[in-house]
Design a protein around this ligand. Structure first.
Ligand SMILES: [Ca+2]
Ligand SMILES: [Ca+2]
Ligand SMILES: [Ca+2]
Length: 359
C-alpha cells in the first residue's frame, strides 16, 4: 500500500493506491462433473449450499504461499466440470507476452517421455462488458494446440444422471478389475450417440455426485479434446496420459508451462478476437476418458497468477491512427519525454492525437 499526498494550495488531498494482487481473489462459480474427488476437493459437509461451497473453493485456489493463504487444490471431475474465477483487477493483454498462469497437478512419468498425469482443461476468458461485476457476458475459448485438429469436437454436449441415493458402493463390480467396484455408477450420454459411465473405484467410496446440487441431471457443453491415455503396461496397471503441446491447464508440469496468452481467444465460430483485457476466467475438464483403476480424467486447479498485475489497459490504442510519416513523441506516465522507449507504459503523441501504449 502506497500513500500519496498532494498539496494544492491550502487543501491537502490524500489518497491510496493499492497494489494489485497477482493471484486469484474471487471464485464466481463452480460446477464439477461427477468424479472420484467430488465432495472431497473441496470437502462437502452436511448442509453445504452452492454459496458455502464457493467459499471453500476460494479457500483452496485464491492467494499464494507467500501471503499465507496457501493454494490448495480443487477437482473439476469428468468432462465439462468447471470453475469460474477472477482477480482484483482486469488481466491486461500485454502484446506478445504470456498473460497469466493457472496451476494444476500434472506430472511427468518416470517411465515414459511423452506424458504422465496430464488431464487437460480448456480455458475460456470473458470481459465484463455490461459492467455488472458478474461473468454473464460472452465467453471466448483460448485455442490451445489441439483446437484446430480434426480429432477435436466442437459443440460437444454431455449429460450425467444422478444415481439412486441408496445405490450400494459395490453395486456392479467389474469382474475384470478388482479396483472398480461399480462399473455402471453414473451414466452419461452425449450428442455423438455415445453413452457410458463414470465408474466408482475402491479408493474413493464417497458419493461422486456433487451433493449440493439438487438437480438429478447435469449437462455441460464445450470443446472435447481427443483421449490422451494409453495403457503402457498392457494389463491395465499403468496408464500414461500424454502431454498436449500447449494451451491447457493441468497438462504440463507447472514449472514447465509458460501459461496463457489472451491473444489465443476465439469466438464460438472460431474467429480470432482481440481483447485488450479480461475480467473472468473459466476452466473446464476437456476430455471424456476413463482409465480403469485411475478412473475418470479430471482437471485439477491449484491457483493462478497474473503475470503482469500492474499493467494498464492501453485504452484508445485501437482507435487512434497515427500517420506513419509524421513525427511521433513518447512520454512516460509522469509526462517526461522519452527518446527511445523500450519496456514500460508510455503516452504516444502526434499533434493532438494521444494514446497509451505498452511496450
Ligand atoms: Ca498477451
Ligand atoms: Ca457481466
Ligand atoms: Ca490432474
Amino acid at each position: 500500500m502506497k500513500k500519496f499526498t498532494l498539496a494544492l494550495g491550502v487543501i491537502a488531498i490524500t489518497f491510496s493506491a493499492k497494489a494489485n494482487s497477482p493471484y486469484i481473489t474471487k471464485v464466481y462459480d463452480f460446477l464439477p462433473a461427477p468424479g472420484q474427488f467430488i465432495n472431497t476437493m473441496p470437502e462437502y459437509e452436511e448442509g453445504d449450499t452452492k454459496t458455502t461451497i464457493l467459499t471453500k473453493v476460494e479457500e483452496q485456489i485464491c492467494g499464494n504461499d507467500d501471503d499465507g493463504a496457501t493454494p490448495g487444490m480443487i477437482s473439476l471431475g469428468a468432462y465439462g466440470g468447471y470453475v469460474v474465477f477472477g482477480f482484483d483487477h482486469p488481466v491486461v493483454n500485454v502484446t506478445n507476452e504470456y498473460d497469466f498462469k493457472i496451476y494444476g497437478n500434472a506430472f511427468k512419468s518416470n517411465q515414459a517421455s511423452d506424458g504422465g498425469s496430464c488431464e487437460p482443461g480448456i480455458v475460456m476468458v470473458s470481459q465484463d462488458i455490461n459492467e455488472n461485476g458478474l461473468p454473464d457476458d460472452e465467453w471466448y475459448e483460448l485455442a490451445g494446440s489441439e483446437y484446430a485438429k480434426s480429432e477435436t469436437i466442437r459443440k460437444y454436449k454431455i449429460t450425467y444422471t444422478k444415481p439412486d441415493d441408496d445405490r450400494a458402493i459395490g453395486a456392479d463390480p467389474d469382474p475384470n478389475n478388482k479396483y472398480v467396484c461399480d462399473r455402471t455408477y453414473i451414466k452419461w450420454v452425449d450428442n455423438q450417440n455415445e453413452t457410458g459411465y463414470v465408474t466408482r473405484n475402491v479408493y474413493h467410496r464417497q458419493s461422486y455426485w456433487p451433493l449440493w446440487i439438487e438437480d438429478t441431471e447435469i449437462s455441460f457443453e464445450g470443446t472435447l479434446l481427443a483421449d490422451n491415455a494409453y495403457d503402457q503396461s498392457g494389463n491395465g496397471s499403468y496408464f500414461v496420459l500424454k502431454f498436449y503441446d500447449w494451451g491447457y491447464v493441468d497438462n504440463q508440469p507447472n514449472t514447465e508451462d509458460p501459461g496463457f496468452k489472451i491473444d489465443w481467444a476465439v469466438d464460438a465460430d472460431g474467429n480470432s478476437v482481440t481483447l485488450s483485457h479480461i475480467d473472468f476466467i473459466k476452466v473446464y475438464s476437456a476430455i471424456n476418458q476413463h482409465c480403469g483403476w485411475i478412473g475418470e480424467t479430471s482437471t485439477e486447479v491449484c491457483g493462478g497468477e497474473d503475470l503482469h498485475p500492474n499493467a494498464v489497459v492501453s485504452s484508445g490504442i485501437e482507435n487512434v491512427t497515427f500517420d506513419s510519416d509524421a513525427p511521433i513523441e513518447y512520454y512516460n506516465l509522469q509526462g517526461i519525454k522519452v527518446e527511445n522507449p523500450k519496456i514500460g507504459i508510455f503516452i504516444k503523441k502526434q499533434g493532438r492525437k494521444t494514446s497509451k501504449i505498452i511496450l
